[in-house]
Design a protein around this ligand. Structure first.
Ligand code: SAH
Ligand code: F3S
Length: 430
């Protein structure tokens, strides 16, 4: 009987891809098959996130639960960003954990598996060209790493300390991965990096920036859709926005992580742009791509944020009218510059978060009727148990239509007939 692997993936798309890599390596070299039942697993992996404090607390309570329910000889491994930053501390606090594997050491998964209490968390380790075995959670779309690590020093962010310095994966390897994914049936690729439009850092052989990479990837025959995350507003130059607008394979949905609308706070965060720059870029995007959907990340109550600063954030929200908002209350992280700064009162932070989210809900309600009656192209990726198939429009609307598995992996024209804040219903036209 094959050995069973249970894996829980927290956090960002990069973690999802890291999990796919570990699943592939464990399957090819050790014969592990996936299970969604932790009690039946021979190996339990938690791929952790450390950007905010809550998930870290949750980790230790979850580890305790897994330790109780697991088979007596099953192993537990902790991987990802929390593994990178806590390292051997994890084994100290939870001695039953068999190994700890950092976010930048994923390729060593089959080594640590056989070493008792191994801790591999070297953030200088460069696995950007490691030839991972193949595994994809979806046959329809492929996550493809284009860079690892991050060279920015945003003062709130722990990621540069857990994923190390930024290294670009050579363009020819990326294009080869895209071709392979398309040959295996994917019509959509999702290019991944902490700061994708800074692509080109530490490339050994030639100078290729993100815009040029997008052109090369879009030349792959059979590929229909390109998405990417996350770009940085600072690096959204005209060339990039114009390529985004012009290239028909690039999906018209852009993530623009604002973080704060106050130029003062942006300075304290070391984001490198001002409120005016952000508004200018969003405006250019909306002008060139009228159908674009813009998503954002916002942190409220960063140390020193005054009522006035917060009003600037509300002002940007009201001007840009983001189609999607991921918002967080500031959470002090170890190893970051902001950790030592004086915090905003917690209740004030919670009120601001509530106000921001409530206003965003109103904006979504105001905007949703715009989509009613619209024709969109939907790539169907998921069969729902309620007789619907679901997919996304080019500009990232989540769309459900009545239908069966015959639509999976197909792109169809859909007319939107019912709208809500988060899901639209449609009917297939062609
Ligand atoms: N470059 C990545 C950033 C990863 S962190 C990206 O752009 O996606 C993802 C988001 O978590 C950030 O954009 C930020 O909004 C939020 N975040 C990061 N550190 C945080 C902290 N200390 N407190 C609250 N939110 C944080
Ligand atoms: Fe973090 Fe800023 Fe990089 S948010 S991942 S340090 S771009």
């Amino acid at each position: 009987m094959s050995k069973k692997l249970f894996i829980e993936t927290l956090g960002c798309a990069m973690n999802v891809r890291d999990s796919e890599h570990m699943i592939a390596e464990l399957n090819a070299h050790e014969g592990y098959e996936l299970t969604d039942d932790a009690t039946a697993a021979d190996l339990i992996l938690i791929n952790t996130c450390s950007v905010r404090e809550k998930p870290v607390h949750k980790l230790f309570s979850e580890l305790g639960v897994f330790n109780k329910l697991k088979k007596s000889d099953a192993k537990i491994g902790v991987c990802g960003c929390t593994a990178s930053h806590l390292g051997k501390e994890i084994i100290k606090r939870a001695p039953y954990v068999n190994f700890v594997l950092g976010a930048r050491n994923v390729s060593k998964i089959t080594d640590v598996l056989h070493k008792d209490r191994a801790v591999e968390v070297d953030i200088d380790y460069d696995e950007s060209q490691f030839a991972f075995k193949d595994f994809r959670s979806s046959p329809y779309k492929a996550f493809i790493n284009i860079s690892i690590g991050c060279d920015k020093q945003c003062t709130f962010c722990i990621v540069p300390k857990t994923r190390g310095e930024e290294v670009s994966i050579p363009p020819e390897l990326i294009v080869a991965e895209v071709k392979k994914a398309v040959d295996n049936g994917a019509k959509e690729v999702f290019l991944l990096g902490q700061n994708v439009n800074n692509y080109g850092r530490r490339l050994a052989n030639e100078k290729v920036n993100f815009t040029e990479l997008l052109r090369r990837v879009s030349a792959v025959e059979g590929l229909e859709r390109i998405r990417f995350t996350s770009p940085h507003p600072l690096h959204m130059d005209d060339e990039f926005i114009e390529e985004f607008a012009r290239n028909p394979k690039i999906c018209k949905s852009m993530h623009m992580p604002l973080q704060s609308g106050s130029t003062n706070i942006l300075k304290a965060m070391k984001r490198g742009y001002s409120k005016e720059w952000f508004l200018n870029r969003a405006q250019k995007l909306r002008e060139l791509v009228p159908d674009v959907s813009i998503s954002t990340d916002i942190i409220v109550a960063f140390p020193g944020e005054s009522d006035e600063d917060f009003e600037d954030t509300m002002d940007v929200l009201n001007q840009v009218r983001f189609e999607q908002l991921f918002s967080f209350k500031y959470s002090p992280r170890p190893l970051t510059e902001a950790e030592k700064m004086e915090e905003v009162d917690s209740e004030v932070g919670s009120d601001r978060l509530d106000r921001l989210q409530a206003r965003h809900d109103e904006i979504l309600d105001e905007m949703k009727s715009i989509n009613l009656g619209k024709m969109v192209e939907v790539y169907f990726e998921e069969l729902r148990s309620d007789g619907y198939v679901a997919g996304r429009s080019d500009n990232n609307l989540s769309i459900k239509v009545k239908g069966s598995e015959e639509w999976l992996g197909k792109i169809a024209k859909v007319k939107i007939i019912e709208v809500s804040r988060n899901v639209q219903y449609g009917e297939i036209i062609a």
